[in-house]
Design a protein around this ligand. Structure first.
Ligand SMILES: Cc1ncc(COP(=O)(O)O)c(C=O)c1O
Length: 392
């Protein structure tokens, strides 16, 4: 066949979670039982009042195109929500609603970087940061997150990677896959680097509501000088157990809103109308279901950290946020993909291999604890029972 894909498709990556999920489903089709600890989504139901609002919105006829950056009701609700939790003072004209939070990454990267430009991002980190940077023709520059530093950003190492070509710095807290939560001091140090070098920051805060113990959510947006150089990325998927609704938002510096809206018009036109009404109900409604979900995640977190530390060859630091653990498996003597396959085939446990999140992730696995305590216990037991059989 003469037809060929465009060259740019050669550099576009994918998300390993979907690959592992496909393999797990194939094993399940053969009758094998798999415990899913690879999936990055809350296993809770979307709150009832949110679901009802969507149904009412459909019945009220909110089934047509709406303005590209979002309906005024929701853009205003985002502003009030950010104010309610003391996260940011902003205005509705800076808010853009998208189908999921992921498109905000796409918008930020496409708006700011092209050939010859550099984007600095965390390694390990969410795979789309690197993939989209390459797709834009820009150069990905990973900054390492190290276990010795609780997988938090080391400002000195970060500073050394900034060049006159750096167009965007991506920060993610709480962090996927490591579960790290940045401190106020970390955020201040990152902000100082961004300001000194005149760089825009993409602050990925989709897990902001999920911090545990003494950890509180902190953001570069706590530094007022950052308001005009930060794109805030957030959404409904993780906070309100709404992954399948595909709802996210970004808060952009003023000068980026019109071009970002143009990109939205060129790709998706707008976000589902009735979903946006439900999204507003989530933001303005009660917070008790989010609190209950967080409490349950915290119990699972403690369970999985203790259980992993009890498996020979595996050690796990206490994560401060999100719903992931990133245990060190170096003492098992096998690489992360081999151990992932071993656990899938012999223990019936699906997880992700660390290097799927960048070169620095080798020697680690990622487990999501968005599963019941009962299943987590069964998974830990099965992994402990089969770790001795791992072939080096
Ligand atoms: C760090 C991070 N950012 C963004 C997203 C995207 O979330 P959404 O489902 O709202 O597109 C995810 C989803 O897993 C994530 O882990």
């Amino acid at each position: 066949m003469a037809q060929q894909l465009a060259d740019r498709m050669n550099v576009l990556g994918t998300e390993s979670a979907f690959e592992v999920l496909a393999k797990a489903k194939a094993l399940e089709a053969q009758g094998k039982k798999i415990i899913h600890l690879e999936i990055g989504e809350p296993d809770f139901d979307t709150p009832e009042h949110v679901r009802q609002t969507a149904i009412d919105a459909i019945n009220a006829g909110h089934t047509h195109y709406v303005p590209a950056p979002g309906i005024p009701l929701l853009r205003e609700a985002v502003v009030e929500f950010l104010d309610r939790f003391d996260r940011l003072e902003t205005t509705p004209d800076r808010v853009i609603i998208t189908p999921g939070a992921k498109p905000i990454m796409f918008l930020a990267i496409m708006l700011l970087a092209g050939p010859g430009d550099e984007i600095v991002y965390p390694d390990p980190g969410f795979p789309m940061y690197e993939s989209l940077t390459k797709f834009a023709g820009a150069t990905p520059v990973p900054y390492p997150l190290r276990e010795e530093n609780d997988f938090r950003v080391d400002p000195e190492e970060l500073k050394a990677l900034i060049t006159p070509r750096t167009k965007l710095l991506i920060v993610n807290t709480p962090h996927n896959p490591c579960g790290a939560a940045l401190t106020k001091e970390d955020c201040e140090a990152i902000a100082e680097i961004a300001i000194a070098n005149d760089i825009i920051v993409l602050s990925d805060e989709v897990y902001w509501a999920l911090t545990y113990g003494d950890n509180e959510h902190h953001s570069v947006l706590e530094i007022p000088e950052m308001h005009d150089r930060t794109i805030l990325l957030d959404g409904w998927s993780k906070t309100f157990a709404m992954t399948g609704w595909r709802l996210g938002y970004g808060v952009f510096p003023e000068w980026m809103v019109e071009p970002a809206t143009r990109l939205v018009i060129n790709t998706v036109s707008c976000t589902s109308a009735f979903s946006q009404h439900a999204a507003a109900a989530a933001l303005t409604g009660p917070w008790n279901e989010v609190e209950a979900m967080k409490k349950e995640f915290d119990a699972r977190r403690q369970l999985i950290v203790d259980g992993l530390n009890d498996i020979p060859g595996i050690s796990c630091v206490d994560p401060g946020g999100a719903f992931y653990v990133f245990p060190n498996i170096k003492e098992t003597g096998v690489d992360s993909k081999a151990l992932m396959n071993h656990f899938m085939e012999n223990a019936g446990v699906a997880c992700l291999w660390g290097s799927a999140f960048g070169a620095q992730g080798e020697g680690y696995l990622r487990f999501s604890y968005a599963n019941s305590q009962e299943n987590i216990i069964a998974a830990l037991d099965a992994m402990k029972a089969t770790i001795g059989e791992v072939s080096k």
